[in-house]
Design a protein around this ligand. Structure first.
Ligand SMILES: Cc1cc2nc3c(=O)[nH]c(=O)nc-3n(C[C@H](O)[C@H](O)[C@H](O)COP(=O)(O)O)c2cc1C
Length: 186
C-alpha cells in the first residue's frame, strides 16, 4: 500500500481480536514513529510499545474509573454504550509521552508522530485507533505509578496513545471527507 492508499484506508477500529501484530511489524511501526519531523528537531517524545495484557487491563480499568468520576458523564456513557472498553480489547498500545503537553509545537509534534504510527500500521494491514482518552488512565491517583512502570522520562506526560491490532470485523470505513474544507484560490 502506498502512502496515499494508506491515508484513505486508515479508519478507527473499535473492536480488536486478541491477535498481536508480529514483533517485526511493531518494530517497523515504532521506527516509522521516530522518523517523524519535529519542531527544531527536538523529538520531544517517547514511544512506549506496550503488549503486556495485564497492564493494558489495569490502565483501562483506571481510565474507566476516572471517566466515571467526572461530573459530566457523557464520555463514560458513550464508551459504555460501545461495550464499556476504553481500549477495545487491543493487544498493543503505543503510548506517546511528550515533554510538556502544554507546549503547542510539542503537541503538534505529538500529532505528527501519531499519524506516522497510524499510517505505517495501515500500510502493514494493521488496524488502529488513536486514543486521546488514554490520558484518563493517568489522571487519577495511579497516574504517577503508571508513568513509572511504563518508563516515562522525568517531566513527560502522556500526549496520546494509539491502539494497534486486527479488527474483529472487517469492512470498517473511514469518515466521509468533507470536500468543503478545501479552498482553492487561483
Ligand atoms: C487526537 C485524536 C484523539 C482521539 N481519541 C479517541 C478516543 O479516545 N477514543 C475513540 O474511540 N476515538 C478517538 N479518536 C478517533 C476519532 O473519533 C476518529 O478519528 C474520527 O471519528 C474519524 O473517524 P476515522 O478515524 O474512522 O476516520 C481520536 C482521534 C484523534 C485524531
Amino acid at each position: 500500500m502506498n502512502t496515499l492508499e494508506s491515508i484513505h484506508a486508515r479508519h478507527s477500529c473499535r473492536a480488536f481480536t486478541n491477535q498481536l501484530p508480529s514483533n517485526e511489524d511493531l518494530q517497523a511501526i515504532a521506527r516509522a514513529a521516530i522518523a517523524a519531523p519535529s519542531a527544531m528537531n527536538r523529538q520531544p517524545w517517547q514511544v512506549i510499545v506496550l503488549t503486556n495484557q495485564e497492564l493494558i487491563g489495569e490502565l483501562e480499568a483506571e481510565g474507566m474509573k476516572n471517566l466515571a468520576a467526572l461530573p459530566d458523564k457523557s464520555i463514560y456513557e458513550r464508551i459504555q454504550s460501545r461495550g464499556g472498553r476504553l481500549y477495545y480489547n487491543a493487544p498493543c498500545m503505543m503510548l506517546i509521552p511528550v515533554k510538556s503537553a502544554d507546549d503547542r509545537s510539542e503537541l503538534l509534534d505529538c500529532g505528527i508522530i501519531t499519524e506516522n504510527i497510524a499510517l505505517s500500521a495501515t500500510s502493514l494491514g494493521i488496524d488502529t485507533l488513536i486514543c486521546g482518552l488514554a490520558a484518563f488512565s493517568f489522571s487519577g491517583e495511579k497516574g504517577v505509578s503508571f508513568k513509572k512502570r511504563l518508563c516515562f522520562q522525568e517531566g513527560y506526560d502522556l500526549g496520546i496513545a494509539v491502539l494497534l491490532g486486527y479488527a474483529a470485523q472487517s469492512g470498517g470505513t473511514p469518515h466521509e471527507p468533507d470536500e468543503n474544507k478545501i479552498t482553492w484560490i487561483d
